[in-house]
Design a protein around this ligand. Structure first.
Ligand code: MN
Length: 252
């Protein structure tokens, strides 16, 4: 869907309820959450590195993630990954027809610049979609919850494992829920902008990412300073479990 079409879609169907979010975000696109994976594979050229509009406004994740953090994170940090990934992909003759997922699956053959920035772009685009305005008693539904209970014992046990992965990641990185090549759900963390799609021999986790959490200081420092654990604990109320469920379903 082209941006113009998205805007007109918003204009006709969601205008009233989202006017505040649109005003603050510039453009917003709830519909995009449905289309993320298709868009990653359907873009032509180096469009796979384009930033998609945030699916909410900068203030909409308050009071868990503050508006200034969201704005800087999206318009500065994530924008830089997008721009630098394009530069590196052009310089390294990346096939413009292949998907970002395919590229990341053979990223060990490319430069560190492309690894860091293509990873950073993929991770942030996914991260934005993994969140929504906060909900109390925010739990996965449907067969994802059953799968989590099967592979971790209980949702509480899963949450503890994911939280520990996020808390104990030394320095900058990400926590993940992912599906390994045998179809089992696992948690873990990666350094820098690496992710479970990458073919890195130094990395233990490998598979399809379902849920991610950014634990770089830029993701939380303005509000939480050194209190990463508080950021993680609050963040659970933002998880968009419907989006995670769709990722889970799309790869069964
Ligand atoms: Mn980040």
């Amino acid at each position: 869907m082209k941006k113009e079409n998205r805007r007109s879609f918003l204009g006709t169907s969601l205008k009233g309820s989202l006017s505040l979010a649109i005003g603050l975000a510039g453009i917003s696109d709830w519909a995009h959450a449905e289309n993320t994976e298709q868009e990653h594979t359907n873009h032509e050229g180096i469009g796979i590195f384009d930033q998609q509009p945030l699916p909410y406004g900068y203030t909409d994740l308050e009071d868990i993630i503050d508006a200034m953090t969201m704005e800087i994170h999206y318009t500065k940090h994530a924008a830089a990954y997008s721009k630098n990934a394009k530069e590196a992909a052009l310089a390294e003759n990346v096939n413009p027809q292949e998907s970002l997922e395919t590229l990341l699956g053979k990223i060990s053959h490319y430069s560190t610049k492309l690894r860091n920035n293509a990873g950073g772009h993929y991770n942030h685009e996914m991260f934005w979609q993994c969140m929504r305005p906060k909900r109390i008693d925010n739990l996965p539904t449907g067969n994802l919850l059953q799968a989590i209970e099967k592979d971790f014992g209980s949702f509480a046990d899963f949450k503890t494992k994911f939280t520990d992965a996020a808390k104990t990641r030394f320095g900058s990185g990400w926590a993940w829920l992912y599906k390994d090549d045998n179809g089992n759900l696992k948690t873990g963390s990666t350094a820098n902008q690496d992710n479970p799609l990458m073919d890195l021999s130094t990395q233990e986790l490998k598979g399809k990412p379902l849920l991610c959490l950014d634990v770089w200081e830029h993701a939380y420092y303005l509000k939480y300073q050194n209190r990463r654990a508080d950021y993680i604990q609050n963040w659970w109320n933002l998880v968009n479990w419907e989006y995670v469920q769709r990722r889970w379903e799309s790869n069964r």
